[in-house]
Design a protein around this ligand. Structure first.
Ligand SMILES: CC(C)(COP(=O)(O)OP(=O)(O)OC[C@H]1O[C@@H](n2cnc3c(N)ncnc32)[C@H](O)[C@@H]1OP(=O)(O)O)[C@@H](O)C(=O)NCCC(=O)NCCS
Length: 149
């Protein structure tokens, strides 16, 4: 089977959204799950700030990576927001390929520093990042509140 890695297009939004919803490790919290469809559409519509690559197999999106460029100053840095691969396609090197495509794009844009937020409750994800060469820095605890008027 041949996988194609390419930049996401507006017409991919719904597929990315549905795949993201299926991957529960990508939920921010129980109350605030994966991104909304409108957010994904917005990310894709702003390619200067956001980099979103997808992996396609037989016209079906089976994985994605999303990073947000936060600054072009001081070497440039970005937040790697999400990487996800459909369960039945894991351990075949797809995440490695997605990260390779992302790093190539970051290099092109002269962004040298990548940050991730590691979820403390998914041990295997932490192992994954460690294997990818990410080193833990400060530990932050997410707190959330809905602002009501
Ligand atoms: C994490 C995830 C993206 C990995 O995708 P994948 O396509 O299976 O990963 P790959 O096959 O490309 O493996 C890449 C490397 O990571 C390692 N790896 C993959 N999954 C791993 C895991 N759960 N624990 C430890 N190492 C892991 C592989 O052994 C491989 O190492 P190598 O290059 O030295 O051989 C996938 O398991 C997933 O979608 N998880 C749920 C979402 C998630 O947790 N995302 C990260 C937080 S945003």
């Amino acid at each position: 089977m041949i996988n194609i890695i390419r930049k996401a297009k507006a017409s991919d939004s719904a597929q990315i959204y549905h795949l993201g919803k299926k991957i529960h490790e990508l939920d921010f919290s129980r109350k605030y799950p994966f991104h909304e469809l409108s957010e994904i559409k917005e990310f894709i519509s702003r390619p200067k700030e956001n980099i979103l690559f997808v992996v396609e197999e037989n016209k079906e999106i089976i994985g994605f990576v999303f990073a947000k460029i936060l600054s072009h100053h001081a070497g440039g840095w970005c937040m790697l927001d999400n990487i996800g691969v459909e369960k039945q396609h894991r351990h075949k090197g797809i995440a490695n390929e997605l990260l390779h495509a992302l790093y190539k794009e970051l290099k092109k844009r002269k962004v040298w520093y990548v940050q991730i937020l590691e979820g403390t409750h998914h041990k295997s994800t932490r192992h994954f990042w460690k294997k990818q060469g990410y080193k833990e820095t400060k530990t932050f605890v997410w707190a959330e509140k809905k602002v009501s008027m």
